[in-house]
Design a protein around this ligand. Structure first.
Ligand SMILES: [Zn+2]
Ligand SMILES: [Zn+2]
Length: 165
């Protein structure tokens, strides 16, 4: 599925092909919540990095989160790069050198109407803010940390993978 996206002020527009466009995975971690999740969580989609086309790239800045190991207190900088519009602050996508062929646009930045997921996965609930109420249906999966399947595996399990180019 070809996705078109943009920031709120319109300085940045992008297009990307996504075989995994269902916005089913809600991440309640502090990075998602603070940078992209006004409702307490953010939703990322799975897309193909090599197909990403960007207009207004000069307005994009990247954020690399500082991570603190709770046992040792040691700080490291996340290898994941979170792109956002420097003019309006809209979160755009995440890219990590760990999965360089993928890019993860925020569902909130996509203008193309996305399909409605038949079930959802709620992840990093151990990092959830106390005020956030989880609205989970009986079919939904819940995880304190990482889920037991990738974005791609969820689509494959439910027969929802978009294999068209
Ligand atoms: Zn903007
Ligand atoms: Zn997160």
């Amino acid at each position: 599925m070809l996705l078109a996206g943009s920031c709120h002020c319109g300085a940045v527009h992008f297009r990307v092909n996504s075989p995994h466009p269902y916005p089913f995975c809600l991440c309640y971690c502090s990075i998602c919540r603070k940078t992209a999740g006004g409702g307490g969580y953010a939703i990322n989609l799975g897309a193909e990095f090599e197909t990403l086309e960007v207009e207004g790239r000069e307005h994009i800045r990247e954020y690399r989160a500082r991570l603190r190991d709770e046992e040792t207190g040691k700080e490291t900088v996340s290898e994941a790069r979170r792109s956002f519009c420097a003019e309006c602050g809209s979160a755009l996508w995440l890219w990590s050198p760990r999965w360089p062929e993928l890019v993860h646009p925020h569902a909130s930045a996509i203008d193309t109407p996305l399909p409605v997921p038949p079930e959802r996965t709620h992840i990093m609930l151990g990092s959830k803010a106390p005020w956030v109420v989880v609205h989970a249906d009986p079919r939904d999966k819940l995880f304190d940390e990482y889920p037991d399947e990738s974005l791609a595996q969820w689509h494959q399990r439910l027969g929802l993978e978009d294999t068209e180019d």
